[in-house]
Design a protein around this ligand. Structure first.
Ligand code: BG6
Length: 493
């Protein structure tokens, strides 16, 4: 049996809007995430609550919703705790810390002429702190924190101007941190724009040319922006490593009926649509056919095709939390909440989701499937043959802090252990997986539901859904377990 490579990037992952807090400090502008209010679970039923309308955004700015609570403004206050938090990561033995730069901390309005020095200095401090412990930062440029002004003024990524604003931002941070950061991801879960236009694309659908048209136009702009950023990155530092990042939606057929197998193949092609463009530099034929059939006319500039072709990524990365299941004809979908709320339209790009009775489901409707991770890794490797980073994986669930300040999260250890084991088999079989950053290594605000009680971390943060609590950090049982996994190079699971 081979082993995890000695330089394997063991670590954890976060996003600025869910972690940092300090939404109005250090010259930061508002982001789209800062507008998302907390909806209690009795009302949300664990479903995604991230969408905001244009009118609501204006009302929020005007102070008409000041009685609401906006958890992503406060995160878990990493902004003031980063030294303590990074020290805890170092204690676990992290080799890598995935985080995002909060775009409006650097360009408060997105279209500013010059960057905000205080924001740049904050990330200098964070990276220096990581490097002090030998922790390699893996940095996402856009993780659902687009400057709000870009959404209000340009309708977000539907507008081509965003490509230039993103280029300015990327160029600024690449230049500033060229000797501190090597691994970069331009867009988190780029496929999210397809399902959640506000979250992923900073788009107000009611202001757009129509949902499908706006979604694919915005995606095209993000693909181009990713290629442009990759080109600039290589000019600034040829040693940079640039990656794709997909929210992996692995589909199984509900039965072995050929119709269901075909439905699953079609559903899985949605993943490859994104990775084919980022990793191979081309739109696949079935996507072009789909767009034509649905009268979607993506406006492209003459140079776009070449840009995409010549600036593909160095590595592929994806998040993996669950597998999905589909079938050709309508079925009862009860019991499956799932993160991606797109069961209203059903077509080639919006597959039907049905329950897989072989798998257990978390309280949030995620079907737990460690073998699915192995299938996903094999698929991505066989298709692209580029190094792979599992940039997110983990179990979001309730934890209890005991009176003696412990968290006995054996359920989380079980989940992670089984997934890491499957990843290890892939490595044994020759797949080049180079890193694993489990999600929410420290408890943070949920992206989908803005809850703090949906916890993923090795480090417990004492704060409830309304931000009440001491914000103190406590080590869970999984903290010590992961420490052992890393120190044994993945041998001692
Ligand atoms: C991924 C996102 O989709 O899933 C993260 O990149 C997110 O930002 C994670 O937090 C888990 O989702 P949730 O809704 O449980 O926080």
């Amino acid at each position: 049996m081979s082993q995890f490579p000695k330089d394997f990037l063991w670590g954890g992952a976060t996003a600025a809007n869910q972690l940092e807090g300090a939404y109005n400090e250090g010259g930061k502008g508002l982001s789209t995430a800062d507008m998302v209010k907390f909806v209690p679970r009795e009302i949300s039923q664990g479903k995604n609550t991230e969408t905001v309308t244009y009118e609501e955004a204006l009302e929020i700015i005007a102070g008409q919703h000041d009685n609401e609570y906006y958890p992503k403004r406060w995160g878990v206050d990493f902004y003031h705790h980063y030294k303590e938090d990074i020290a805890l990561m170092a204690e676990m033995g992290f080799k890598c810390f995935r985080m995002s730069i909060n775009w409006p901390r650097i360009y408060p309005n997105g279209d500013d002429e010059t960057p905000n020095e205080e924001g740049l200095a904050f990330y200098d401090n964070v990276f220096d702190e990581c490097l002090k412990y030998g922790i390699e930062p893996l940095v996402t440029l856009s993780h659902y924190e687009t400057p709000l002004n870009l959404a209000l003024k340009y309708n977000g990524w539907e507008n081509r101007k965003l490509v230039q604003f993103f280029k300015n931002y990327a160029t600024t941070v690449f230049q500033r941190y060229k000797d501190k950061v090597k691994y970069w991801i331009p867009f988190n879960e780029i496929n999210m724009s397809l399902h959640l236009p506000y979250t992923g694309g900073a788009i107000f659908i009611e202001k757009s040319e129509g949902e499908l048209q706006a979604t694919f136009q915005a995606l095209h702009h993000q693909f181009v922006a990713s290629a442009v950023a990759t080109k600039v990155a290589r000019e600034i530092n040829p040693h940079f490593q640039i990656g794709s990042m997909l929210g992996m939606s692995l589909y199984y057929p509900k039965t072995n009926k050929p119709e269901d197998i075909l439905a699953a193949q079609s559903a899985n092609r949605v993943n490859y649509f994104f990775l084919d463009i980022l990793s191979k530099g081309r739109y696949p034929e079935y996507a072009l056919t789909y767009l034509k059939k649905n009268h979607v006319n993506i406006k492209m500039e003459p140079e776009d095709i070449t840009l995409l072709k010549e600036n593909t990524v160095d590595f592929n990365s994806f998040s993996y939390y669950y597998s999905l299941c589909t079938c050709a004809s309508p079925e009862n979908e009860e019991g499956l909440v799932a993160f991606v709320p797109d069961n209203e339209i059903i077509d080639e790009f919006h597959p039907r989701k049905v329950r897989n009775d072989n798998l257990e489901v978390t309280d949030w409707g995620f079907q737990i499937d460690p073998i699915g991770l192995r299938i996903a890794i094999n698929e991505v490797w066989d298709r692209y043959h580029k190094p792979i980073i599992i940039s997110e994986n983990g179990l979001g669930t309730y934890d209890t802090l005991t009176t003696d300040k412990k968290v006995h999260d054996d359920y989380r250890i079980k989940y992670l252990k089984e997934h890491i084991h499957q990843m290890k088999i892939c490595i044994d079989e020759g797949v080049k997986v180079i890193g694993y950053t489990s999600w929410g290594c420290i408890d943070i605000v949920s992206a989908g539901t803005s809850e703090r009680s949906k916890r993923y971390g090795y480090i417990y943060v004492d704060s409830d859904d309304y931000g009440k609590g001491t914000m103190k950090r406590y080590k869970k049982d999984s903290f010590y377990w992961y420490q052992k996994v890393i120190s044994s190079h993945g041998e001692d699971l």
